[in-house]
Design a protein around this ligand. Structure first.
Ligand code: FES
Length: 134
């Protein structure tokens, strides 16, 4: 019979200082009233959910906020993503990849790369939502 994974397996996750810092002090948390676009995504396996709000003006993301109900890296990657796209054009924001965020965070454990991918999916959904309305 296979050994059951205990919670202790999570003790071995190594986060960079940047990830820990953004988890403890995330930037751009909250929501934007009358947002230009909103994207909500969730991962059915881990159960984490992210909601991304964007304010667009002259084709630029002039403001962005997030609410993430999830793990430390979900919060850190959401925070980093908002910092990386704020002030960028929609075209530039669409080019951002989960690898870009992961690199900027000083790396993520393999088991946490999907958190970064979920953040990108949330951003893309928010942009799509904006484009559908305009
Ligand atoms: Fe799923 Fe972090 S564990 S988003």
């Amino acid at each position: 019979m296979p050994k059951e994974k205990s919670c202790k397996s999570y003790d071995k996750i190594q986060y960079s200082k940047k990830v820990i810092n953004l988890f403890l002090h995330p930037k751009n948390v909250g929501e934007i009233k009358n947002a230009s676009g909103v994207g909500e995504v969730g991962n059915p396996i881990c159960g984490d959910v992210m909601r991304i709000y964007i304010k667009v003006s002259d084709d630029k993301i002039v403001d962005i906020k997030f609410k993430t109900f999830g793990c430390a890296s979900a919060i850190a990657t959401s925070s980093m993503m908002t910092e990386m796209v704020k002030g960028k054009t929609l075209a530039e924001a669409k080019k951002l990849t989960f690898n870009d965020i992961t690199k900027k965070l000083g790396g993520l454990p393999d088991s946490k790369l999907h958190c970064s991918a979920l953040t990108i999916a949330g951003l893309k959904k928010a942009i799509e939502n904006y484009e559908e309305k305009n």
